[in-house]
Design a protein around this ligand. Sequence first.
Ligand SMILES: Cc1ncc(COP(=O)(O)O)c(C=O)c1O
Length: 429
Amino acid sequence: MLTPTLPVFGASSASSAQLAVLGGSPVRTARWTGWPVWDPAAEKPMMELLRSGNWYRGDGNKVNEFEQAYAELIEAKRVVATASGSAALIAALQVMGVDAGDEVIVSPYTFIASYNVIFDKHALPVFADTDQETFLINPKKIEEKITERTTALLPVHIFGLPADMNSINAIAKKHDLAVIEDACQAWLAEYDGKKCGTLADLGCFSFQNSKHIPSGEGGAVSSNKEDLMDRVKAYHDCGRPSGPSMRGMGSNPVRGSNRRLTEVQAGLLLSQMVRALADADKRLENALYLDSRLKEVPGIIPYKLADGATRSSYHLYPFRYKKEFFDGLSRKKFMAALQAEGIPCYPGYGKQYHDGLIEEAISSRGYKRLFSEQRLKRYREELHQLPDNDQLTEEAVAIFQYVLLAEKSDMDDVVNAIQKIYKNRKQLL
Ligand SMILES: Cc1ncc(COP(=O)(O)O)c(C=O)c1O
């Protein structure tokens, strides 16, 4: 989970050559902003909402208001708010017809929820290897993973870096597959000048507390396809009818579940959304500055935008750390040194596909009924054939998004800290 922890720092001495992790003065002593940021202007409307007792979406208008405002923000025809990003993904998989025994091709470099939701449907998450430069699913590795059971592609715009959607959509068209964007970290990110969440059949967002528009928990499905969105709306509301195609079909014409957002969460989201555009611009400006400066440091390779991507949302600012340029200094020690210099960072995602959850799922009674022994044997083997992703999980370092909300001059602290570690790396060997 991307939970920021704010380090407390000692005295400042940016020029000291003694690394802070060994007792020297850190490059940065000032605190970074915390997250989320409360807007005092939200207090009056939030108190009114709480006092009204209308906390359920059926009794108020805040969820509707938020859906409309978010649709406008990401330039989508429709948005349905959900209880979480996971709930959004589950609704999207349901509406795109992903069924028990199907296969869904997904990015391996992601938060666990991207494939937990596929297991939720009793389908198989099949990983296509990552492009290390972009941190994203490598479109060249997708087709070899398609089988007669494949029904959908689930690219993840990880860290807000848009996946190569032209290539992905072309593959889907050729093989008649659905495409669902996991845009849970990609609010206001753009591909070919269009917002993530509007680039495929359905897009899914998260508004969990670490996210750029936070409400503790929350999510949304977005699309330009009205008929699909009617079905998402119906699914997320216990299968109640939605839209002209379900008129006169009874009170629960389709299978559904309660995946609704509350009015209270929508109230929070409306207040948090006020700052979203300005924050996104700030992160972009600072990220572009870091891109230009970090290239100066040997062994530090900032992310590369995928072909066609025009703007990232920087849920984190990622780069690859090549220890061979640091005389073999491990990533763990590099990160400890960076944290000690006052720069909060995170090692990105690991190889969760070896952690046991997948084995638990596919050795269950249900999966053994749904998939042949031969298929599951090949599947197990292929979990060990993700060389690019495996390497990325060992080299990635990511700077927390709230760092990018500081001033441009604060970005120099990030660069100076990394440079200081590089210059003094021998102290840590
Ligand atoms: C890439 C990605 N997918 C899906 C999710 C699931 O969202 P939620 O935690 O709101 O269920 C998250 C949340 O962290 C995420 O980062």
